[in-house]
Design a protein around this ligand. Structure first.
Ligand code: NAD
Length: 474
């Protein structure tokens, strides 16, 4: 458990409580529900790595929560907070997340219990490669078995170490590139993966803000423009989400990192704040902004939309009552404890759950996996064909109307899709469609009073149906 002021809170139990609350609204028997909830396989390894002149024993995990669809899918995090329960909770969330966004994977998650800052890059590479060889030995990685991705504390670099280790141990696997996603482009990655989770957060909240009825109830206008936003965590997810909100005309009134928070009513520029942090080592003392030495206080400042994008349990019974946001977008996994959830729901806050909102990463990971299995870049086959067809159409329209489109219009109309266009459009469609599915369940299920329960119902219905169709061994 991380960052919670409630020492005894269990993230895993919290996920279980949310599941149970939703399960009562579904048609499945107790046995099927128990199977959906259970973690199918858990790997805990301890391995030695030579660090300088000493040998260090590293503790690591990989959890496959559900095998109802394969491969399992989920990130790998590097953090001192990693323990079996945390990884189990995160793996369970992945199962539900994949179901919600219609990505045909079971949930998985991995973690290495290390403080990244204590190791050189070479040492981190050794740890990552050794961890990967443990996964290979135990059959916990492979394009059709279990496919890791980046998470807290990891990125494209770690994924390419994983790919290289897996490939050298499986030289005959023609699909080896699909054993991990979030890779650099040169290693079979897909355009748009880096920003995918943050972009998905933006698309999701934009969809939330487009529903007039909900906005009226919250006392907000329709649309993103002019909305006051606070983002916690300026890592991969938080930075990109902040950037997309800013570019869409939202006002970033607050930014929070572990060294503190800054608040500025007329808006912060996220790139300038990052540059300031790079040169001074802190986001604090940014020109024109108010400093809050305790970062957590930043969560409680006035805003319309709060985006926690760091770690779990940052909003709990101890601070939930002081949150002023009308919409909370859970970009991080599990940023609210169930106690906080209850308090905020009572206050009428619209909580957009993690299982849906941060699913952009796994959605684009799915696209990357498909690209690796098909061994062809998106757009390669159809780009030129589309351009020729559009040119043909424009020529026909011009000859029928005896009017000419301008050169600029011609250039815009004739553009065939590149990989990035297809990825962004697939992600946008997924985030819009999935929100509508969840909201429909929320509106149409008597007794459901929050989006999280509605999202769990969607997930349980899909995973439960898959288990029924699979049949259970006699
Ligand atoms: P990251 O390591 O890139 O960034 C995390 C950021 O949070 C860092 O900048 C860190 O300094 C900051 N931070 C840590 N503790 C903080 C605190 N107490 N207050 C404020 N800031 C703090 O990680 P990430 O990949 O952006 O992941 C963030 C969250 O999003 C995690 O919960 C992760 O599970 C979830 N998530 C990530 C992805 C993905 O694609 N990366 C996908 C889905 C969910």
């Amino acid at each position: 458990m991380s960052n919670s002021s409630q020492e005894n809170y269990s993230f895993l139990k919290g996920v279980g409580q949310n599941f149970d609350k939703a399960a009562g609204f579904t048609r499945f028997s107790a046995g099927i529900l128990e199977q959906i909830k259970a973690c199918n396989s858990i790997l805990r390894v301890k391995f030695p790595v030579k660090i300088g002149d000493t040998v260090e024993v590293i503790e690591a995990y990989r959890v496959q929560h559900s095998h109802h669809k394969l491969p399992c899918k989920g990130g790998i995090r590097f953090s001192m907070e990693v323990d079996q329960e945390e990884v189990m909770a995160l793996a369970a969330l992945m199962t539900y997340k994949c179901a919600i966004v219609n990505v045909p994977f079971g949930g998985g998650k991995g973690g290495i219990k290390i403080d990244k800052s204590k190791y050189t890059e070479f040492e981190l590479e050794k740890i990552t490669r050794r961890y990967t060889s443990e996964l290979v030995k135990k059959n916990f990685i492979g394009p059709g078995i279990d496919v890791p991705a980046p998470d807290y504390g990891t990125g494209a670099k770690e994924m390419s170490w994983i790919l290289d280790t897996y490939s050298s141990l499986n030289p005959n696997d023609v699909n080896a590139q699909a054993c991990v996603t979030g890779k650099p482009l040169s290693q079979g990655g897909v355009q748009g993966r880096t920003e995918a989770t943050g972009l998905g957060v933006y698309f999701g909240i934009r969809e939330v803000c487009s529903v007039r009825e909900d906005m009226e109830r919250l006392g907000l206008s329709v649309g993103i423009k002019g909305k006051r936003v606070i983002v916690q965590g300026l890592g991969n997810v938080g930075y990109h989400a902040a950037k997309f909100f800013q570019d869409a005309g939202a006002i970033l009134v607050g930014l929070i990192e572990y060294e503190g928070a800054i608040y500025k009513e007329d808006g912060l520029n996220v790139d300038e704040v990052i540059a300031h942090r790079k040169s001074t080592g802190s986001i604090l003392q940014y020109v024109g902004a108010t400093d809050l030495a305790n970062g957590a206080d930043g969560l409680e400042q006035p805003c319309d939309i709060l985006i926690p994008a760091a770690l779990e349990s940052v909003i709990h019974a101890g601070n939930a009552d002081r949150i002023q946001a009308k919409i909370i977008g859970e970009a991080a996994n599990g940023p609210l404890t169930p106690d906080a959830d209850a308090i905020l729901l009572k206050k009428g806050v619209w909580i957009v759950p993690d299982m849906y909102l941060n699913a952009g990463g796994v959605t684009v990971s799915y696209f990357e996996w498909l690209k690796n299995l098909s061994h062809v870049r998106y757009g390669r086959l159809e780009k030129r064909f589309s351009e020729n067809m559009y040119a043909e159409l424009v020529n026909i329209i011009e000859s029928l109307t005896l009017k000419k489109v301008s050169e600029l219009e011609r250039k815009i109309i004739l553009r065939g899709p590149d990989e990035i266009d297809l990825i962004y459009s697939g992600l946008e469609d997924t985030m819009i469609g999935s929100y509508q599915e969840i909201r429909e369940v929320y509106v149409n299920t008597k007794g459901v009073d929050d989006l999280r329960t509605a999202a769990f119902i969607c997930a349980i219905n899909k995973v439960g149906a898959a288990y029924e169709q699979l049949g259970i061994f006699p």
